[in-house]
Design a protein around this ligand. Structure first.
Ligand code: FPP
Length: 238
């Protein structure tokens, strides 16, 4: 991809993986089949992103609003995440990925919370892709939780209100220590950010594509990087 010296690879890419349900519907399959395919694509894109030189990748896997979906779909998503966390405990020692979950995990099933803690612990010093998965994540909720943590410090006399600046406040976020995303990608044609990283995306470039998440691949990721670089290659078209 490094066709010219100036080609910039975004350091941090955040992705809203949308369109799993529509992908399944087009094939007369249940919505959860779309999520199964979506999770395969999610794993592949982790590898592709790292190959392309991306250091940080963050996925929106389950929002604070997704609990409102039918129970069997919520269960299917939780089971996929459960399997992902369990498999990754072993896999992370091979692929060298550091995994962090962002969001309020206290609402998740205890066994899932346990797998998440274990995975974060075993992968903490890995030096490959820095991978964040947002589960029960809402951006406003993250900001409110950060405010509460800061207020608690003020109450305990460990922090003065006048000392709170952007850097100190960001230290209370789930993504503390992680650089803000350079590029946000949303698939399936929706042009919203849906409560995903509102603080962190303030200056990011946004790339929207009609491709449904289960159809997303390395070629589509490269198109997003081209867009980020201010050029749209048309691959022979007009
Ligand atoms: C949006 O599609 C997708 C989700 C709400 C779930 C995303 C989760 C995964 C891809 C699986 C787990 C991820 C990992 C990291 C293993 P939608 O259902 O809203 O699609 P629609 O808009 O077409 O209905």
């Amino acid at each position: 991809m490094a066709e010219s010296k100036e080609y910039k690879i975004p350091r941090h890419v955040a992705i809203i993986m949308d369109g799993n349900g529509r992908w399944a519907k087009k094939r007369f399959l249940p919505r959860k089949a779309g999520h199964v395919q979506g999770s395969r694509v999610a794993e592949q894109i982790c590898e592709d992103a790292y190959d392309l030189g991306i250091e940080y990748l963050t996925y929106y896997a389950f929002s604070t609003e997704n609990w409102a979906r039918p129970q069997d779909e919520v269960d299917a998503l939780m089971n996929l995440l459960r399997k992902y966390m369990k498999d990754s405990i072993e896999r992370s020692s091979r692929n060298n990925m550091r995994v962090r979950v962002i969001g309020d995990i206290s609402a998740l099933a205890p066994d899932l919370q346990e797998s998440i803690r274990k995975l974060e612990e075993v992968s903490a010093s890995n030096t490959g892709l820095k991978f964040q998965v947002a589960i029960n994540y809402g951006g406003r909720d993250e900001i409110l939780r950060a405010v509460r943590k800061a207020a608690e410090k003020v109450k305990e006399g460990e922090l003065k209100p006048e000392d709170i600046n952007e850097e100190i406040f960001y230290g209370f976020f789930d993504t503390a220590g992680i650089p803000y995303p350079d590029l946000m990608i949303r698939t399936s044609g929706e042009m919203r950010t849906s409560n995903f990283l509102p603080w962190q995306l303030a200056y990011s470039e946004f790339y929207f594509t009609d491709v449904l998440w289960p159809d997303f691949n390395k070629k589509e990721l490269k198109k997003a990087l081209d867009y980020y670089n201010g050029r749209e290659r048309r691959f022979g078209g007009v």
